[in-house]
Design a protein around this ligand. Sequence first.
Ligand SMILES: Cc1cc2nc3c(=O)[nH]c(=O)nc-3n(C[C@H](O)[C@H](O)[C@H](O)COP(=O)(O)OP(=O)(O)OC[C@H]3O[C@@H](n4cnc5c(N)ncnc54)[C@H](O)[C@@H]3O)c2cc1C
Length: 369
Amino acid sequence: KLNTGTKNPAHRLILETFVKAGSPRDILWDAKPHIGSDILPTVVTNISQRIEQLGGTVRYRTRLVNIRTDESGAITGVDVQPPQETTSETIATKHLILACGHSARDVFELLKEHDVTLAQKTFAMGVRIEHPQHDIDRAQYGPSAGHPALGAAPYKLVAHLPNGRSVFSFCMCPGGQVVAASSEQGHLCVNGASLNARDGRNANAALLVNVTPDDLPGDDPLAGIELQRACERAAYRLGGSNWNAPAQLVGDFLAGRASTAPGKVKPTYPLGVTWTAIDDALPQHIVESLRLGIPLLGKKLRGYDRPDAVLTGVETRSSSPVTVIRDRTCHAVSTPGLYPCGEGAGYAGGIMSAATDGIRCAEALIADL
Ligand SMILES: Cc1cc2nc3c(=O)[nH]c(=O)nc-3n(C[C@H](O)[C@H](O)[C@H](O)COP(=O)(O)OP(=O)(O)OC[C@H]3O[C@@H](n4cnc5c(N)ncnc54)[C@H](O)[C@@H]3O)c2cc1C
């Protein structure tokens, strides 16, 4: 999905770049443009090949394991390690665009060790919720549901709660699938995706509640990552420690009891689910807010709180819990030559805003050169 809450003149260039790389042309005019997980790999491969044609080098599966700085703290190089090798290679450089994504926990630890200025940032966690797509179509399109010109209906929901928090849907995938998004052994988290046709039986979306710096213990900039990790470890355990995801029916979740079997809505998570009480894997304020919020969302979209809708957990990676502080010219304030970029550095929240920030950092680097 290429919809974004941000506005930037670069968006047209980004969409046209996707089309040149093989994306369907309708992303140029659709208000909610979508490529689809089946077409995206071709698009990414074509973009990588274009980078190489223009003189760039793409090193797959090569890890950044260290950054090198001089006595003034400025970047002088990076150490990278190819797969299956125990020694690293140093690449000398005075400029490093670091666009490592929000799950590069080892990179954030590395930055902390090098005294790069980091700060906690508001992020969000919760669950994936699944409904039959035809129920969402009916709720959104009424008697026109199922018309081929309409396709699978999306939704975007928010409920402002009496406790001062909000529950909101995010990354809604019409006709999609809940997918595994884990990146560490023994830590389980989920996300969602759709194929281009969006013709799967279920609709899914993240249902999230914000975690602010005030919710975190202490002021360690990486405290949000530790909270994500604690939830992911609990989810792995609840799932049975075999990569099954923990799942619970909405009716049971609202009643505060564990689930034992599915109702009519069958989960799509491909590795299997374990029926349990999913709320044991989330902070109390998120559980309370989801309990208050789901019935309110049911008043906004008919059937949203149906008792056999499926909650799968945990959704911890919707946004970065940390930000690398940079100035107006995209330089890390602590580290000359370092350009923290994209979602992991805290400057984007999705494909379009990450691409826009990539262009912003590239322009800053060109201006420096
Ligand atoms: C399943 C799923 C579905 C999503 N669906 C959507 C969607 O529909 N629409 C949307 O807008 N967003 C979606 N997102 C979010 C979107 O993917 C991100 O917002 C976006 O990719 C962020 O871009 P980025 O360039 O900042 O980081 P990333 O795309 O995360 O790129 C970071 C890169 O850095 C690499 N890296 C990390 N550490 C190291 C290291 N030490 N050494 C070398 N390389 C390293 C990673 O391997 C990765 O390739 C989805 C995410 C997931 C997981």
